[in-house]
Design a binder for this molecule. Structure first.
Ligand code: FAD
Length: 201
């Protein structure tokens, strides 16, 4: 959802993990709040009453989260299923290949779908520049990109599973582990995922 009202503290950006549900978001356009709420549900499910469904789904979150959701007009809320699939190792044949979500659809849990699509585009450009518009360049691109992109698909899936643990024991263990993880470990992981691999030999 997107709302003009932003009851969240300051320039808040982040995620809150509840029991089987997650709320997150950030400030956009210098003031509006973009938020998302992930919850388990049947595939292709629809809510007959969006407002009531959101009230139920945000019950465990702080007041300002409930307020943000309440302040968002239903017309500014979009509901989607989230899908991924196990990574595949054939992205193309002959003079065709794929990039982005077509090659490696992933859950948005790491915020990496578009990032990986951009990395694909850069690698493809580099390799076509070096090897010409040939099948060889496309196979080199696939060999270069698959280990990283497919690893991100798996990592995003795993994070989603953990983030959506819903039993009281599971959520307690998860929250304790997250709390005990030193910031330096998170920074190291972020650096690794944001470092742009070099394509050329
Ligand atoms: C809720 C959510 C949050 C996300 N958050 C992040 C984030 O924080 N960071 C991040 O990096 N990624 C994020 N992503 C993922 C990101 O949006 C996608 O990975 C990215 O858009 C993939 O780009 P793409 O070009 O491969 O595919 P798309 O963006 O899907 O582009 C494909 C385009 O092709 C068009 N098209 C389809 N079929 C045809 C056809 N037959 N003819 C012509 N055109 C066609 C479609 O209309 C579309 O415009 C998020 C995704 C979701 C759903």
């Amino acid at each position: 959802g997107v709302t003009d009202a932003n009851p969240l503290p300051g320039d808040w950006i982040g995620e809150m993990w509840g029991a089987g549900r997650r709320f997150g978001g950030c400030v956009i356009d210098g003031g509006r709040l973009y938020w998302f709420l992930c919850a388990k549900g049947p595939a292709d499910g629809k809510d007959s009453d969006t407002r009531a469904a959101l009230t139920r789904a945000t019950a465990e979150f702080p007041d300002y989260v409930r307020q943000a959701v309440k302040d968002t007009p239903v017309s500014a809320i979009r509901r989607d299923d989230i899908r991924d699939r196990p990574p595949v190792t054939q992205w193309g044949r002959g003079r065709t290949t794929l990039l982005g979500d077509a090659a490696h659809p992933m859950t948005p849990n790491l915020g990496q779908g578009a990032c990986q699509a951009i990395e694909d585009a850069l690698a493809l450009t580099d390799l076509i520049t070096e090897y010409g518009p040939t099948s060889d360049a496309l196979r080199r691109y696939e060999r270069f990109r698959q280990p990283r992109a497919n690893a991100v698909v798996k990592a995003a899936h795993q994070i989603g599973r953990i983030a959506h643990w819903s039993t009281p024991t599971g959520t307690r263990v998860r929250n304790t582990l997250v709390r005990l993880t030193p910031a330096s470990v998170l920074v190291r992981q972020l650096r690794a995922s944001w470092r742009l691999p070099q394509t050329t030999s």
